[in-house]
Write a protein that binds this ligand. Structure first.
Ligand code: FES
Length: 194
């Protein structure tokens, strides 16, 4: 069933999930459920949508978004991550939420993970997903400087992230360092745009 909404630009951002004015921000504000396992910080692919019309009016995807989209099931040339796709308002949009996403959104009441490599597959973070973990750490602790955190705390914080599924003892110094560096990179990028 289709839902039509007329966006009121003055109300942007509607919420705190996804980029302000993104398709996810708009959808959630108007009661359209789109899954968003990472909370809208470009660290998963669960908010994958297909933009049927108006694709050109979206702000171009970043390399980060492209990387995450590569894991999305049913990828098309008109695929975007709803939390990162921000329309410029010059055109009407028709956006399709893939059926598996709708189903998962309905069945899941938490933001625990979802999807990854195929319809219905689960998205799970592990110790080698440094980029995604770095972005999640930044989103959950925006005031913390990554280099101020020791490996003991870092280990505990990573294990506590929603969707993290690797055994705690499968980490090592090199993996923690890679996560810390990815977090630092995301943190520096955020500071630059602040
Ligand atoms: Fe959009 Fe995770 S919710 S990338």
């Amino acid at each position: 069933m289709g839902v039509t909404v007329t966006v009121e630009p003055d109300r942007i951002p509607f919420g705190r999930t996804g980029l302000p004015g993104s398709l996810l921000d708009i959808a959630l504000a108007y009661g359209v459920e789109i899954d968003h396992a990472c909370g809208g910080v470009c660290a998963c692919c669960t908010c994958h949508v297909i933009v049927k019309e108006g694709f050109g009016s979206l702000r171009p995807a970043t390399d980060q978004e492209e990387d995450m989209l590569d894991n999305a099931p049913g990828l098309t040339t008109r695929s975007r991550l709803a939390c990162q796709a921000v329309p410029d308002g010059t055109s009407n949009l028709v956006v399709e939420v893939p059926a598996w996403n709708r189903n998962l959104a309905k069945e899941s009441d938490s933001h625990a993970e979802v999807t990854g490599t195929g319809p219905g597959a689960r998205f799970r973070l592990g110790w080698t997903d440094s980029e995604s973990i770095g972005r999640l750490l930044l989103a959950s602790r925006p005031q913390v400087h990554p280099l101020s955190v020791g490996f003991t705390d870092l280990h505990a914080w990573v294990c506590a992230l929603p969707g993290f599924g690797d055994p705690p003892d499968a980490s090592n110094e090199a993996r923690l360092e890679a996560i810390q560096m990815a977090w630092l990179k995301a943190y520096a990028a955020q500071q630059q745009h602040a």
